[in-house]
Design a protein. Structure first.
Length: 167
C-alpha cells in the first residue's frame, strides 16, 4: 500500500531515526533494519535495530518492539501507539504487532521495494512470503513508503548484499 503522501513531518523525523538505527545495525554486522515505538503524544517509548548476525533470524526490531510493548505498555494504550520502521514488517512481525494490539505502522521502505532490490542484485528470495502488512494484519492502519528515504535505504541494503556476497 503506497500512502506516502499521508506522512507528516513528525512521521518523517521518526523514520529518519529508523534509518539511523538501520545504519547502526549494518555497522554491527546485522541486516539494516531499525524501528521506533512512539506513544500517542509523540514520545519515543523504545527503539531497537536488527540483531540477526548471531544466527537468530527472528531478532527483528519490529517483533522486539511488540514484545517490549506487551511487557511495558498497558493493553488499553497500545492501540494509540505507532511503530515506525525502516522496512515494512515481514509476516512474523506484522502478526506480532497485531497480536499485541499496537496501532499504526509507518514504514520507510516497502516489502515490494526490498524484494525488487534483492532480485536486482541477484540475491535469493526470502524464505518467507513477501506479504504486505495488510494481508497478514488487515486491521492495522499503515502508511508508507517514504519515497524521500528510498535511496538511503537501497544503499544500506546494497552494502549488506555486497558484504554477504564477499563472505
Amino acid at each position: 500500500m503506497d500512502t506516502s503522501t499521508a506522512l507528516s513531518p513528525q512521521d518523517l523525523a521518526h523514520l529518519r531515526r529508523c534509518v539511523e538505527l538501520a545504519r547502526e545495525a549494518l555497522a554491527d554486522g546485522d541486516e539494516p533494519f531499525g524501528s521506533v515505538l512512539v506513544d500517542a503524544a509523540g514520545a519515543v517509548l523504545h527503539e531497537d535495530r536488527n540483531r540477526t548476525a548471531g544466527g537468530d533470524q527472528t531478532r527483528h526490531p519490529e517483533l522486539a518492539l511488540a514484545q517490549w510493548a506487551a511487557a511495558h505498555v498497558p493493553a488499553e494504550l497500545r492501540p494509540t501507539c505507532t511503530v515506525y520502521t525502516s522496512g515494512e514488517h515481514c509476516p512474523m512481525c506484522a502478526a506480532g504487532h497485531a497480536w499485541v494490539g499496537l496501532g499504526r505502522i509507518v514504514y520507510a521502505g516497502s516489502i515490494g521495494q526490498l524484494t525488487e532490490w534483492r532480485q536486482g542484485w541477484g540475491l535469493p528470495p526470502s524464505p518467507v512470503a513477501a506479504l504486505p502488512i495488510t494481508t497478514v494484519a488487515p486491521g492495522v492502519p499503515v502508511a508508507g513508503p517514504a519515497t524521500e528515504l528510498a535511496d538511503k535505504l537501497r544503499d544500506l541494503h546494497r552494502q549488506h548484499a555486497e558484504r554477504q556476497a564477499a563472505s
